[in-house]
Design a binder for this molecule. Structure first.
Ligand code: BV8
Length: 229
């Protein structure tokens, strides 16, 4: 009997990219400390001051291009050798893919892509910025392909399905303060092995083992243990 590869579902947030030099949102000096969410990450903000919003994401995009995957991203990609891995991330960076992960869902979009503010058609940016006046083929202003507060997220139904099927759930680098992504931990099976890897957390979700520490150290260790078990 071929040993069935276990289903490993990873739920990640900004903390998994922190050691790649990309700021988190709520930690000291986090993105939301220097910018009000309401000035840069809502449809209203884009309507009221599109240049401020485009500049904010042009800078975030440049930071992403300069960043490199860290040992946490690399270990999660390498885990595909032993597990059937799906990564569901809040991050708008492409570090999971650049590390080699092949099954990644961006529920809050990808900053390396643009979207038509009319048709929702998505376009690769290939290193380019988005400027006011940059339009889609239908003449509508282009916007960053990210999900702003008050906008519906992507892949929520698929994500619930993956978490419900998971033998192992690893939540890494998220404060679990943004919804509906944070609700995904509630769909883990009672007999699944569930781990939370983060620097600090207000409340550990029920059924999760808390492993405090930097993702680039704790994730490779945890995956090595799981591979042996
Ligand atoms: C929506 C894209 C339907 C843009 C982002 C229910 C209750 C309350 C509020 C709501 C609710 N349902 C909906 C809401 C409103 C809102 C929400 O959740 N508000 C919160 C703030 C209370 N949700 C929405 O608006 C969502 N849409 O609900 O649509 C709808 C539609 C119409 C009307 C009503 C409802 C859309 C939310 C998506 C917003 N877009 N990102 C961009 O990136 O600029 S959210 C953005 O912030 C990120 O994507 C991410 O999701 C979030 C940041 O969270 P984390 O990743 O967790 O980062 P954080 O800094 O908080 O934590 C970092 C963690 O890492 C910490 O724990 C730290 O300890 C740890 N860490 C740090 N370093 C390391 C580390 N861990 C390991 N190693 C390290 N080295």
């Amino acid at each position: 009997m071929v040993n069935q590869r276990k289903k490993l579902v990873v739920l990640s947030g900004a903390g998994v990219s922190a050691e790649s030099g990309l700021g988190t949102f709520r930690d000291n000096g986090g993105l939301w400390n220097n910018h009000s969410v309401y000035d840069v990450a809502t449809p209203e903000a884009f309507h009221n001051n599109p240049e401020l919003v485009l500049d904010f994401y042009n800078q975030r995009r440049r930071d992403v291009y300069k960043a490199q995957p860290n040992p946490a991203h690399l270990a999660l990609a390498e885990a595909e050798r032993d597990f059937d891995v799906t990564v569901i991330t809040q991050n708008v960076d492409d570090l999971h893919e650049r590390a080699g992960s092949t099954d990644v869902y961006h529920v809050h979009g990808l900053v390396t892509q643009a979207r038509s503010s009319l048709t929702d058609e998505v376009f690769e940016l290939e290193g380019k910025d988005i400027h006011l006046g940059d339009t889609c083929p239908k003449g509508a202003q282009l916007r960053p392909h990210v999900v702003w507060f008050g906008e519906f997220i992507y892949h929520m139904d698929e994500a619930i399905g993956f978490v419900e099927q998971a033998d192992i759930v690893i939540v890494v680098g998220t404060s679990l303060k943004v919804f509906p992504f944070a609700n995904l931990v509630d769909y883990a099976r009672a007999d699944a092995q569930c781990f939370l890897v983060t620097q600090d957390i207000d409340a550990v979700p029920y059924g999760f083992q808390y492993k405090q520490g930097p993702a680039s150290t704790v994730i490779p260790q945890l995956l090595a243990e799981l591979t042996l078990s």
